[in-house]
Design a protein around this ligand. Sequence first.
Ligand SMILES: *Cc1c(COP(=O)(O)O)cnc(C)c1O
Length: 503
Amino acid sequence: MGFLYRSTRNENETATASEAILKGLAEEGGLFVPDEIPELDVPFEELAEMDYKGVAYEVMSRMLTDFTEEELMYCINGAYDKKFDTELIAPVKYHHGSYILELFHGKTIAFKDMALSILPYLMTTAAKKNNIDKEIVILTATSGDTGKAALAGFADVPGTRIAVFYPKNGVSPIQEKQMVTEKGANTFVAGITGNFDDAQTGVKKMFSDKKLAELLDEKGFQFSSANSINIGRLVPQMVYYVYSYTRLVAAGVIKAGDEINVVVPTGNFGNILAAYYASEMGLPVKKFICASNDNKVLYDFFSTGEYDRNREFILTTSPSMDILISSNLERLIYRIAGNDAAKNAELMKSLNETGKYQITDEMKKNLYKFYGNFATTDEVAATIHTVYNEDGYVLDTHTAVAVNVYDKYKAETGDDTPTVIASTASPYKFARSVVEALLDTPEGDKVSLDSLDDFALVDELEKLSSVKVPQAVEEIRTAPIMHETVCEKEEMEAVVKSFLGIE
Ligand SMILES: *Cc1c(COP(=O)(O)O)cnc(C)c1O
């Protein structure tokens, strides 16, 4: 039946793939990690001839060992269909000296769709396999993009309900409108008067609250997670790194076996960890380039070996990366500690109590394939401007963080290995910041667009980019507001109970 998943904080807690997906989080706040990552024993030349679904099957079947072929194909076929606006699902395009892997062609125009369009299928299949008769309640904290992608995925899926918490003043207006206009009858959305870390901490607290779990059980519910702490998010994200590599093989840019670099604009460390897992499966990656915005806690960590979240939380133009506690880093810490749950638990306890921890020199040596750097808000705007001037291609603010950091990496190292940059959102999602960057003069004079509303800016962006306004934006222009709850972070549990009618 294959390997098991194990908690990063307790070596005795194991789960099958389907159990891990259902639970989301392990006990005591641990995360499920695979005991081993099997080799991808299909030649890249062969994968290069498959479509996205074919590659998805090969990668995911190695990781989700208790799903049958029939079950997995049902999930893959349900997810990667006409919801995406291109048959390629994740096109690779050459701009500014690198291969931009466009991950924003799904329903909510951010890369979160790549995993969240399949997660509901994986989750309901897992529930059936494990004879779960309870209604699954998906609890989600979002820095802006996970929320709508999870809502779109789980809306009106029988046997599920979903509650999403976002930082009231920490997302773009388009992101907020996408969430609060969600129509699904099983959905609940609330803004909290705090930042993303507050939302994530509140959600994790509910997960590990034994009394709350008992109450839910009694009322016929059980929690699961749509955040990247769920292994059911990470496994589908491994696919597109393999897919992009095989497209480069097919195009003759590289030969099978050649190394590439990957650059990932990073927040919660899920996307880049998926690339790392893909490399453990056999994808030849030379460097994992971790790009941060002004909240550069990861850059500091890679430089010094100390993770320290005790700092000011900065609101930037790349809000989906405004995060100081990168949850999935824990999975890498566990790995570089030699899969040592006790050691990892000790570091996470320190993070919890003091806001920081220091890894050993030996652990730091195991990070040699990672390179971290960051881009300031001004640098992000300048990069959007520069790339647009080169060939008319418009980057979103998050992807621009990655492109800017890659430029720095190249300047520092002279490394000219072919490089894939994960492009995580459509520029339409961040129209205001993007249009501002495009219209800034080379002398650095800023334009003021304060008098224009966000949809006027969307129309402006259409003119500038010659890329049609995506359906995801068109449909929220006039959509009615369905969700108006705003609460304090201390009230999260109460509003969830009221949503479920179990006060
Ligand atoms: C979520 C998100 C990120 C960060 O991804 P992580 O997996 O949390 O590191 C980057 N860019 C965009 C647009 C996102 O939505």
